[in-house]
Write a protein that binds this ligand. Structure first.
Ligand code: IVH
Length: 731
């Protein structure tokens, strides 16, 4: 991409350095002080490296206040400054290719430790690099007395009040303990990162969007903004979590001799420490960790921007010491950035299965979060306007985990060049798919197509959802195929899918005999369903997979659900008034009941009365309770929990006679003792994997534990589309 911010290459170095310094100061202010960046991190790093290169080539241009010479960040007015007893430093980043990142670090460490070429591999602690806000927690005699941000590294902000409200996530840990029972150290400063889980962040933004309020760019800024919020009541409303990764000042505590053992000791005191870490030997061990974590990055419940390697022996760390703002014994090895800048080429409208119109950005393809992205959501008209993006602008795109890529803002909103003025983007008055009038939800933000089930776009989306992997899982029925079937008028309703025969299909363009046979077989196979899958596939507004499972479990049969009153529906776990009403309204409509009947008549079956069991995702742990303890070699705690739950099991926090298995990793503590005392069988990671795979059909891999991005709808395709009345209010 062109470089809209950098001064031209042929400008004199002094002018370039000056321009870079002022740009970096501006963006550091936006990032560190205002928690509202307007360029991606990768871009900031690039500007930073450009300045470093000029200063290296022209040492006379180096100034003491250059951003390369200090840790950025300053104390926000309203917070008391806290002078750090031990400075809070940054770490050096290896931006090279995969192999060389780990190898360059290991080679440097070996050189600095003056190791002979044949000396054994060096031991490292390999950890995740959490993308949040660095915090120093000061415990005196086991009591949290102060919490401070990093600030400029020497002086931070006193955010004790806000930090006291960091309570993590029930079942997933992450709460900051106000006391460390059993810790009697005169002073123990714990350092770590306050972060927001991705699901917590999405929910927060969804709420902001529903209210038409400003959304947060990414979990890190939302977390940083919450911690540096002057009103602790507001801070408390943000679902923050914490992981420790090191120490500050320590008095009266015998620190273990290695970094990994130090983290174990903190964990044993009740401090949240991420279990996803390892002790790695040499460059090969580091590289293996980098690759393994990289492969799981999207499945992690929180954002990471890389991994961190640290020399494990504390004595060796002390021997190597620091250079300017960074320790010599640690390095960050990054992954592809989750935010990138690219050109906004056009804005198109997509019609969802509830009729909602979503502006979608058509982008110059850009590599972000590990894949190439050329479409990203702009959510709704109001968000688009607030972000002030125009066709032709350079925008920031974010793609993290399973979340749909989105445009988070305009690149360099206050410094970057602007595309020429164009009239404000408007929502079309007529649906681009069916020409029906577009209506704005009363009191709401969304614009909706009023064509209802006459609208081919809505039909397509409803069919796609019905056929999706986590719903009826119809193999061979993807975007293109659904477009073709709906456009050719062959499929107008869900039941019509099951009337497709080889003859009808083979008549279609680009449909070979093989694909036709495959689709027919896929449809046939999908008839062996489960009640939760079928319920979910209907696309009832507010009924996601979890609700579908709960409904099936509670009522045991579809007919009982169809006949349930709102009061009866409210008895179901997690079903509130809105959801109960939506389910009730759905089944109250004759055309929806007719669709259900026709689908059953087409041969869709499920084992009645076994609502919770899902024959497609094996549930080898159904009804079992497991307890996890210690650090497993490859599986993080969250991941292990997700796997157990996906396999139908529960994870409990303490061992009792009802516990079926205790899964123990390295440094397992009292839970392991308790298991032995009660005679509860103990498994290691391999044992857990064997248990998970103990169903011969298909092992529940991490993918099946993820949530599908789902939006529910108020109705399905009717038995007879001509009988459906456009009813935009139902959306
Ligand atoms: S160690 C003296 N370990 O990354 C070394 N930092 O520039 C201090 N970070 O702002 C840092 N995860 O907040 C360390 N496992 C980890 C980390 C980590 C995230 C952050 C840290 C700092 C930045 C380093």
């Amino acid at each position: 991409m062109a470089d809209p911010l950098l001064p031209p290459d042929d400008a004199p170095p002094a002018a370039r350095a000056q321009a870079l310094r002022s740009l970096l100061s501006h963006h550091a202010q936006r990032y560190y002080v205002q928690d509202a960046p307007e360029i991606p991190d990768a871009e900031y790093d690039r500007l930073f490296q450009a300045l470093q290169a000029i200063e290296a080539a022209h040492p006379e241009l180096l100034t003491a206040d250059s951003p390369t010479q200090r840790v950025m960040g300053q104390v926000l007015a309203g917070f008391s400054p806290v002078r750090h007893a031990v400075p809070m430093l940054s770490i050096r980043t290896e931006t090279d290719t995969e192999a060389s990142g780990a190898e360059a670090f290991d080679a440097r460490i070996r050189r600095e430790l003056e190791l002979a070429p044949d000396a054994p591999p060096v031991e490292y602690s390999a950890e995740l690099k959490f993308d949040g806000l660095a915090i120093n927690l000061r415990y005196e005699r086991g009591v949290l007395v102060q919490a401070a941000t990093r600030g400029d590294g020497e002086t931070g902000e006193d955010v004790t009040q806000n930090i006291r409200t960091v309570r993590g996530r029930a079942g997933a840990g992450g709460a900051i303990p106000l006391q460390l029972p059993g810790c009697n150290a005169e002073v123990l400063e714990v350092r770590g990162e306050v972060y927001l889980r991705r699901d917590d962040f999405e929910q927060m933004n969804e709420r902001q969007r529903e209210r038409g309020e400003k959304t947060f760019v990414n979990p890190r800024n939302a977390a940083a903004g919450a911690v540096r919020q002057l009103d602790p009541v507001i801070a408390a409303q943000r679902p923050l979590s914490f992981f420790a990764y090191g120490l500050g000042e320590v008095r009266g505590w015998a620190q273990p001799t290695s970094h990994s053992a130090t983290l174990d000791a903190l964990a044993a005191m009740g401090v949240p420490v991420c279990a996803d870490r390892t002790v790695a030997l040499g460059a090969a061990g580091l590289l293996q960790f980098h690759q393994q974590v990289g492969a799981r990055r999207d499945a992690l419940p929180f954002d990471i921007d890389g991994v961190v390697y640290k020399l494990n022996a504390v004595a060796l760390q002390q021997r190597l010491g620091f250079v300017s703002r960074e320790p010599r014994w640690a390095v960050a090895h990054k992954y592809p950035a989750q935010e990138q800048a690219t050109r906004l080429n056009a804005i198109e409208i997509q019609v969802g299965r509830t009729g909602k119109l979503t502006p979608v950005a058509k982008l110059a393809p850009v590599f972000v979060g590990g894949t190439t992205v050329s479409n990203a959501t702009l959510h709704n008209l109001f968000e688009l306007r607030r972000k002030g993006v125009r066709v032709g602008d350079t925008v920031i795109v974010r793609r993290a985990g399973d979340v749909i890529p989105e445009v988070v803002g305009r690149f360099g909103a206050t410094t970057g060049p602007r595309a020429p003025y164009v009239p404000n983007f408007r929502m079309p008055g007529a649906c681009p798919a069916c020409g029906s009038a577009v209506l704005r939800e009363t009191g709401g933000i969304a614009h909706c197509c009023s064509g209802g089930l006459f609208c081919p776009a809505q039909r397509k989306q409803a069919i796609l959802h019905f056929a999706s992997r986590r719903a009826m899982d119809v193999e061979g029925l993807g975007d293109k195929r659904v477009d073709q079937l709906v456009d050719a008028g062959i499929v107008r309703t869900l039941p019509e899918l099951y009337t497709l025969g080889l003859a009808k299909l083979s008549a279609l363009d680009r449909m070979g005999d093989k694909s036709a046979a495959k689709l027919v077989a896929g449809l046939d196979q999908s008839k062996q369903a489960t009640l939760p899958r079928f319920l979910y596939a209907l696309g009832i507004r507010h009924v996601g997979e979890a609700t579908a499972r709960d409904l099936a479990k509670n009522f045991g049969s579809l007919d009982r659900i169809i006949g349930a009153t709102v009061e009866q529906l409210l008895q179901v776990n997690d079903v509130g008034p809105v959801v109960a009403q939506s389910i009730h309204t759905f089944f109250a409509q004759a055309h929806n009941r007719e669709v259900v009947e026709q689908l059953r008549a087409a041969g869709i079956r499920w084992p009645e009365g076994e609502g919770a069991a899902d024959s497609k995702v094996p549930q080898p742990l159904l009804g079992m309770t497991l307890v996890l303890t210690g650090t497993m070699p490859n599986l993080g705690r969250d991941e292990a929990k997700a796997l157990v739950e996906a396999a139908g099991g529960k994870v409990a926090g303490s061992v009792s006679k009802k516990t079926q298995f205790v899964v123990a990793g390295e440094a397992a503590g009292s839970k392991l003792d308790k298991a032995r005392e009660l005679g509860v069988p103990v498994l290691d990671e391999a044992g857990l994997r064997a248990l998970l795979a103990s169903n011969p059909q298909r092992s529940a891999g991490p993918a099946s534990a993820r949530l599908a991005p789902v939006e529910a709808t108020a109705r399905v395709l009717p038995a007879d589309p001509d009988a459906a009345r456009p009813d935009p209010a139902a959306d």
